[in-house]
Design a protein around this ligand. Structure first.
Ligand code: ADP
Ligand code: MG
Length: 695
């Protein structure tokens, strides 16, 4: 059976399971067999029932002597009780809310149970063990061995999923070909793919699982880097506009700024402008700490492209940020003849020197704005992902700047090219939200050239960061109130209350109610969460920018990159729940003027490790270093977020594994020009690239 068939070609997978699997990103057999377990349960220790001790993880085998469902009088749950015996003794097993167990096993069956023992008033018992009937001549799947545990949706069961995998592996055993060249397998002594997949999903012992992990760790870093190199090569093949450097206009612009550019900003702008002079597309990442002044560097690139008569796009992840960029650029480009347009889902505006700001409220009016973009009259177009929509077309888009995103998907880039009437590929400048050191960036962003802004503008004071125990909560509120009296503002960040509150509605509204009735009743409090409509969000942000709102209470999901110079305090609730890079981002919301700013970390329940992590944020103000530390502690999936799908694919390897990174990069460079000779490898790369776009 071909591994590219849909999962439903496996007999036991019906429509219900198909739907659940799709939520995990699994639609083909290929997706299924490459869905790795995230840990193993070690059920290899076997024990005679008479030798059982409390609080140990074991496997027993015995005959079912008693089996019944009853309802617990205290908790009202259905409890399934069984008595299992072997020649050395008997033991009780309990399961909760799984009444169907009595249909799967019966009195007299010989079963294998794996789980943890506990003692209940001198009486040993097994609580919620894995169970399966022993069938002579068949290996157990769920007990008595290393059992893989997968991250699943609530409606899928581990047992069921293991069976799916088992069937999938059987079904495609013959069509499964290794994408790694035989040479690599031999040189690196790696398990071939079919054996590695067997070993990762059904390892017979730890060493086997480890060998599989080693193979996949190699695989991941090799493919990640190879994909990056392929992307780089593909992009370089396209023609792009060569953008002339306009010396005079650039100098005039720089001297019109209300501040002096730092040396590092100038250097960064220089690298970018040099790259844009080439007739092949720039593909560059601008990395700088939060508050390092990346926007103005991007503005220099935009200035030169627009001055050459081309169009520029600036894309931000949220509408609020897009609006902020629109205002910033309208002000920076005050003296230029450029027309600037904003296209965010509910906010359509334009600005130019002659007619100032114009709003496009109705559908009909908006079509005028789209026409300006299509005909090239709009020089700079700012927006959200809405810019990628069908109706937006450009006359001659020469550069796209992507803010707060590490990587722009291959597909998205293609979409941008297709929008361009002149058929060229725009230069691309990404500006990252999580800066990481150059050595690590080479792997993650191997398809991009790198420009780093070191440090932050002079004259900024270090943000005083403190871990505040709950008892001092009052004190923090008093502190905030004092700052407000002096004319400054504050942010309060709330963590999500529970996993179901994905948009943070509950956490923010509950906290706002508490504060308005209590400690902060005297201040003007605004709230921001993921459920609000974009015009509501925008109204709140306008209130913050104009000073009508003193304190903004917001979820973590809502904002990166907003720039409110009068904000001097940020209070982070439940600080232990956030990663270091994220805490540093929040802290970067303040300290944007010459006024002393403060960041208070208020942990709720913190372990010793949590406090050590928070201390790292207190001690270090270097976003690059904090992100690196975060990577070591939490891994790339958490640091970059699931959306950066390239990263969340690293299940067994880490970009911090310098040795493996280096080795796999050499291999990737070696095989890049030979991909044509290795069709399996080539195909794997193509598939991964298709997945590499953002959602
Ligand atoms: P980020 O790199 O986080 O995107 P921004 O571009 O938003 O940072 O810049 C942060 C603030 O610093 C803005 O208010 C900007 O006007 C200001 N700024 C940028 N460059 C300088 C500089 N060289 N000197 C002083 N202030 C600057
Ligand atoms: Mg920014």
């Amino acid at each position: 059976m071909s591994i590219d068939l849909p999962v439903t070609s496996i007999t036991s997978i019906g429509q219900v399971a198909e739907k659940e699997l799709r939520k995990l990103g699994i639609s083909t057999i290929r997706d299924l067999i490459f869905y790795y377990p995230y840990r193993f349960e070690d059920f290899t220790v076997r024990c005679a029932i008479g030798d059982l001790k409390a609080h140990s993880t074991v496997t027993i085998q015995g005959t079912v002597k008693l089996l019944e469902n009853r309802r617990s009088w205290r908790t009202k749950r259905i409890v399934t009780e069984a008595l299992i015996s072997d020649e050395t003794g008997s033991v009780k097993a309990l399961w909760f809310n799984q009444p169907f167990i009595v249909k799967n096993i019966a009195i007299g069956d010989v079963v294998s149970l794996s789980g943890r023992t506990s003692d209940n008033y001198y009486d040993l018992q097994l609580v919620s063990p894995m169970y399966e009937k022993i069938i002579p001549g068949r290996e157990p799947v769920h007990t008595g061995r290393l059992v893989p545990v997968y991250s699943l949706t609530a409606k899928l069961h581990q047992k069921q999923f293991r069976n799916f995998i088992k069937r999938a592996l059987l079904a495609c055993a013959e069509s499964l070909v290794d994408h790694l060249p035989a040479n690599i397998l031999a040189q690196e002594k790696l398990l071939p793919l079919p054996r590695a997949l067997e070993a990762i999903h059904t390892p017979s012992e730890e060493t086997e699982a480890n060998m599989a992990k080693r193979r996949f760790a190699f695989d991941e870093l090799f493919l990640l880097q190879l994909c990056n190199l392929v992307t780089r090569k593909n992009i370089a093949r396209h023609p792009a506009r060569s953008i002339e450097f306009h010396k005079k206009e650039t100098n005039d612009f720089v001297s019109s700024l209300p501040f002096v550019l730092t040396k590092s900003q100038k250097q960064a702008a220089w690298e970018i402008l040099r790259d844009m002079e080439k007739a092949s597309p720039m593909n560059r990442l601008l990395e700088g700490d939060v508050g390092s002044g990346k926007t103005v560097v991007a503005a220099l690139a935009i200035l030169n492209a627009a001055r050459s008569g081309y169009q520029c796009a600036l894309m931000a992840p949220t509408e609020i940020l897009a609006h902020q960029h629109f205002k910033t650029l309208a002000s920076l480009f005050q003296k230029t003849p450029f027309r600037i347009a904003l296209c965010a889902s509910s906010n359509f505006q334009s600005w130019d020197h002659a007619s100032g700001f114009t709003r496009y409220a109705t559908k009909k009016e908006r079509s005028i704005l789209f026409e300006h973009i299509r005909s090239g009259q709009a020089d700079v177009v700012i927006g959200t992902h809405a810019l990628l929509e069908e109706k937006v077309r450009f006359e001659n888009l020469a550069i796209a700047v992507i803010d707060e995103q590490h990587r722009f998907g291959v597909e998205q880039r293609k979409a941008l090219c297709d929008k361009n009437a002149d058929g060229t590929m725009p230069h691309l400048l990404s500006m990252t939200a999580t800066p990481i050191p150059r050595s690590l960036a080479l792997t993650v962003y191997g398809d991009l050239d790198l420009t780093l802004i070191q440090g932050t503008p002079h004259g900024r004071k270090r943000i005083i960061t403190k871990i505040v125990p709950q008892e001092y909560r009052e004190w923090v509120y008093d502190f905030i109130k004092k700052e407000i009296v002096r004319g400054y503002q504050a942010f309060i960040i709330c963590p999500l209350i529970d996993p179901s509150d994905v948009l943070g509605v509950r956490s923010v509204t509950q906290e706002a109610k508490r504060l308005r009735e209590g400690e902060l009743s005297s201040v003007r409090l605004g709230i921001l969460h993921g459920k609000m409509k974009s015009n509501e969000k925008e109204a709140v942000m306008r209130g913050v920018a104009s000073g009508e709102i003193d304190v903004l209470l917001s979820t973590s999901v809502v904002e990166v990159g907003i720039d409110i110079p009068r904000a001097t305090v940020v209070l982070i609730e439940g600080a232990e729940r956030f990663g270091l890079a994220q805490l540093h981002q929040f802290r970067g919301r303040v300290g944007r003027s010459s006024r002393q700013s403060y960041c208070f970390l208020l942990p709720t329940e913190s372990t010793k490790e949590d406090r050590a992590r928070l201390k790292a944020v207190v001690a270090s103000h270097d976003g690059f270093a904090l992100a690196e530390k975060d990577l070591m502690l939490r891994g790339e999936g958490d640091v970059f977020g699931e959306r950066q799908s390239g990263m969340s694919r690293l299940a067994f390897s880490s970009i911090t594994d310098a040795e493996l990174v280096k080795k796999t990069r050499l291999y990737a460079e070696h095989y890049l020009p030979r991909l044509g000779e290795f069709p399996n490898l080539n195909k794997r790369v193509e598939i991964l690239q298709r997945y590499s776009h953002l959602e």
